[in-house]
Design a protein around this ligand. Structure first.
Ligand code: SME
Length: 161
């Protein structure tokens, strides 16, 4: 039977708390990476109505587009380029309040105003992918998003071992 996501809560924290428990349930017995990541991204995307929510996989010197929700996006991002490539290089999450002020930002959509990128590390501490979320609103992401998205990512780490 299909498992559904119900959006509960009014504050960002409440929405994330509920989202995370639903993601845990949704992915508890999923073993297929594409299936699991697709549902994971859809649950996040439609809880907050983001512009774009997706995963890029590290393949050689590039990040290659993986499952996502939202408009068509750049399919390859070089190491160290854009917000995603910089997050990969630094092995650190990056919150960009205004994408126009990030030197080298890669604009896949002219509607994107702010974004958050979180690297996904395997057990050997190598970056294997990045989670990239874009918003049409300026300054849409803060430490609350970072905290809860990192928590949510725990449910998909099993696909990156
Ligand atoms: N803005 C990103 C590129 C990916 S798209 O936004 C989906 C960046 O500069 O890394």
């Amino acid at each position: 039977m299909a498992k559904e996501i119900t959006i509960i809560g009014t504050t960002k924290k409440e929405k994330y708390e509920n989202l995370i428990s639903q993601i845990k349930h949704l992915l508890s017995d999923e073993t297929d990476m594409i299936s699991g990541l697709s549902n994971f991204l859809s649950a996040i995307h439609f809880t907050f109505n983001f512009l774009w929510t997706g995963i890029y996989f590290v393949k050689g010197d590039f990040l290659v587009l993986g499952p996502f929700q939202g408009p068509v996006a750049c399919s390859r991002i070089p190491y160290g380029k854009g917000v995603c490539g910089t997050s990969w290089k630094r092995k650190k999450a990056i919150i960009v309040k205004d994408v126009n002020k990030f030197p080298g930002h890669i604009a896949c959509s002219s509607k994107s105003r702010s974004e958050i990128v979180i690297p996904i590390l395997n057990s050997k501490k190598s970056v294997t992918a990045v989670l990239d979320i874009d918003s049409e609103k300026l300054s849409n992401f803060d430490r609350i998003d970072l905290h809860y998205l990192k928590k949510a990512l725990k449910s998909v780490l099993k696909f990156f071992e």
